[in-house]
Design a protein around this ligand. Structure first.
Ligand code: HEM
Length: 330
């Protein structure tokens, strides 16, 4: 049910743009107004969430650790898995963000005969996720050739390495194959594992289908139907420089591709995809585990009125003396 709902939602997006552009000729709406609205929603949505997270109180250190905390000098501590300094935290964050290090520890639980619950290492999710995210990033960075003139040198560099094998014409990009393979794996993984299928929601399938459709329409444009790149670049640079134009000769596939991207941008701030900015603000990741070295006092604790022993003795001195109790001050 969740799969069908997500599938038809993406189909509806595609049908909407076909009707809007091909039948109703609303090219300015789909080529200019919606892309601007999508980018604004994306940016404002992210800013809203990041500001909200940044303002949330985090009075105590709550890092999740997987190594020995720093304590006595003769006990070896784990600098990366239980970092006690800012440098250690930076190291852990870099490895987390670039290599998904915590996902590398992913385990799977299986019920064997007995019945016995067996835990084993499972690296496939880590590999699939890593391949998908890196391919996505490289593809998006390569797209800057449409938005900038002259083409930035980092784009040329990426294009050269991505097309290293020099297969076909236009040259096949390695990331195009990798992103499709990784997305297919991430989708099939939800279908083939019954436990995972049970907990998967429409909000898990929808972004998968959306990104698969973006990749497929892009690949169709590059290798099969072809698109007038000069006109696309005119439109893209127009958007970037706030002088929007709608050039003639751009096929419907491009508008589908663009509208799917807009749908992704609009959906982003309302979805689990927010883990992208979220990882930077996660207190379980970005705080040093120095609770034994430093006392962290809740900054908004109300001052507590305490009654010291001296005050107590002052108050009850006569009674204590009469009862023969020892006194600090006679
Ligand atoms: C989330 C953002 C996007 C993703 C993931 C994406 C993905 C892709 C992929 C996988 C391809 C296949 C060829 C390649 O890898 O370069 C492609 C091609 C293409 N994309 Fe995108 N795209 C995105 C955004 C955009 C935007 C905003 C535009 C608007 C200018 C655009 C325009 C194109 C064009 C014109 C092609 C055909 C390239 C060619 O013929 O060489 N894409 N896209």
């Amino acid at each position: 049910m969740n799969i069908l709902f997500s599938f038809f939602a993406v189909l509806l997006i595609i049908v909407t743009v076909i009707i809007g552009v091909d039948t109703a000729q609303l090219k300015f709406l789909f080529g200019v107004v919606i892309p601007y609205a999508a980018v604004a929603t994306f940016l404002l949505g992210i800013i809203y969430h990041v500001v909200n997270w940044a303002r949330s109180p985090v009075p105590f250190r709550i890092p999740t650790v997987t190594g020995q905390q720093k304590s006595l000098n003769w006990i070896k501590s784990s600098k990366l898995d239980s970092p006690d300094s800012t440098l250690g935290v930076i190291g852990r964050m870099v490895l987390e963000i670039l290599l998904f290090r915590s996902l590398f520890r992913n385990t799977k639980a299986q019920l064997k005969d007995g019945p016995t619950l067996v835990y084993g290492s499972s690296k496939y999710l880590w590999l699939g996720a890593l391949v998908f995210h890196w391919s996505f990033l490289i593809i998006v960075l390569r797209h800057f050739r449409y938005f900038a003139e002259p083409i930035p040198s980092f784009v040329i560099f990426l294009q050269n390495y991505d097309g290293l094998f020099q297969i076909g014409l236009p040259i096949l990009y390695i990331t195009d194959g990798l992103i499709l393979a990784a997305l297919t794996f991430l989708f099939l993984r939800r279908l083939t594992d019954s436990k995972l299928k049970y907990i998967s929601l429409a909000s898990d399938y929808f972004p998968l289908f959306l990104i698969i459709s973006i990749a497929v329409t892009g690949i169709l444009m590059r290798y099969f139907t072809k698109v007038d790149i000069v006109s696309v670049k005119e439109l893209a640079i127009g958007l970037f420089s706030f002088n929007p134009v709608i050039p003639e000769g751009i096929g419907i596939l491009f508008y589908i591709h663009l509208f799917l991207v807009c749908a992704l941008l609009i959906y982003f701030p309302f979805s689990k995809l927010l883990h992208m900015p979220g990882v930077f603000l996660s207190p379980t990741r970005n705080l040093a585990n120095n609770s034994r070295m430093k006392r962290h006092i809740n900054p908004w604790n109300k001052p507590v009125r305490i009654h010291t022993y001296e005050e107590y003795e002052d108050e009850f001195r006569d009674k204590m003396k009469a009862a023969g109790l020892p006194l600090d001050k006679e």
